[in-house]
Design a protein around this ligand. Structure first.
Ligand code: TRP
Length: 337
């Protein structure tokens, strides 16, 4: 007998995005587009992180709709429930439960050093709740429950992943091997899409200036308007360069939505002005997002289908994650029920 029948085990991926009402072009290029690609040669588990979302106050009616919209939007982007496990975090009780346990293996000092906590608590000074502080242990629970090998994340989540690794290693150090220590996976292309108005800042839907970001369900007219207004520089040459943050960003976006390299884009726009370039980037984005918007509209109109899918996802996620949770509880010394 030979080994030909033994196929190599696929690496397991876990990632999640908060339901925030709008998903920006930055979320799409930086996260979702990669989630979709990874499905072919990895075992992917994805979630709508609605437990994390209540670290800021949510209006119940809007929140419910945002969660459902996020689920539909990710399907529209190509998250495929035949290939991947895709669920809503609050539907799987193991997350909150392991998060509590991990809280007891995470130091106050560690959480205090998280730059996202510092930024967010400065921004929401009137609601610096304990959840905001322990947010990273919930994120660690999300990841460790599934024994993930790889975690696709944006650069802003690197510190949280580092903490996840530390928590896992600490727990494993005390009790023996319990959690797989995950690696971060920061995609090469389009890791960071910047604001169209202030290209030194990350594109964010919480930006006061609505022209700074593009929502993936924005109308073609809105998208074109925002790209035409995008901030550039005074050099008037379409090429990547220092001090050309606006153009660098637009080239990055163009590359991410068309698959062309920076050099190909530079060659294509040789001798052309920024006005022309901005229009072409806008058009490329419109074409990329059109099928997503259309498919999103179909999914949100079919609530029964969405329910069927997220239930199926939650059932599978629960089964997998309970195994890890039980293992951790047993190691700590909890009595089985
Ligand atoms: N904190 C992440 C964000 O805001 C979302 C998230 C929650 C996540 N749980 C996760 C990302 C687990 C990766 C893995 O972007």
């Amino acid at each position: 007998m030979n080994n030909n029948t033994v196929t190599e085990k696929k690496k397991r991926i876990f990632s999640a995005i908060q339901p925030s009402g709008t998903i920006t072009l930055g979320n799409y290029i930086g996260a979702l587009q990669n989630w979709v690609k990874l499905q072919d040669d990895h075992e992917c588990i994805y979630a709508v992180a609605d437990l994390h979302a209540i670290t800021v106050r949510q209006d119940p009616k809007a929140f419910r709709q945002n969660i459902l919209n996020a689920y539909a939007l990710f399907l529209a982007c190509g998250v495929d429930t035949e290939k991947s496990i895709f669920f809503i975090q609050s539907h799987v009780h193991t997350h909150a439960e392991l998060a509590w346990i991990l809280n007891c293996y995470t130091q106050f000092g560690e959480l205090s050093r998280m730059t996202q906590f510092k930024d967010k608590s400065a921004k929401h000074a009137d609601n610096v709740n304990a959840g905001l502080f322990t947010y990273p242990s919930l994120m660690a629970a999300d990841i460790l429950l599934y024994q993930a090998d790889l975690v696709p994340i944006g650069a802003d989540q690197k510190q949280h992943l580092e903490l996840t690794r530390n928590i896992a290693e600490r727990f494993n150090g005390i009790y023996g091997n319990t959690f797989r220590v995950p690696e971060g996976y920061i995609p090469q292309v389009g890791a960071r899409v910047m604001s169209l108005q202030d290209p030194k800042k990350k594109m964010s839907k919480s930006d006061e200036n609505v022209n700074a970001w593009v929502g993936i369900t924005d109308s073609p007219e809105t998208i074109m308007k925002k790209f035409k207004r995008a901030v550039t520089d005074s050099e008037a040459r379409v090429c990547v360069g220092e001090g050309k943050d606006g153009i660098n960003n637009l080239i990055g976006i163009m590359s991410a939505v068309t698959g062309k390299t920076n050099d190909e884009i530079t060659a294509e726009f040789e001798g052309k002005g920024y006005g022309d370039f901005k229009t072409k980037v806008g058009e490329a984005v419109v074409e990329k997002l059109r099928p997503i918007r259309e498919s999103f509209e179909k999914y949100v109109a079919d609530k029964a289908y969405l329910e069927e899918q997220y239930r199926k996802g939650a059932e599978i996620a629960e089964k997998i994650s309970i195994r890890t949770l039980d293992k951790a509880k047993k190691k700590i010394g909890y009595l089985p029920r």
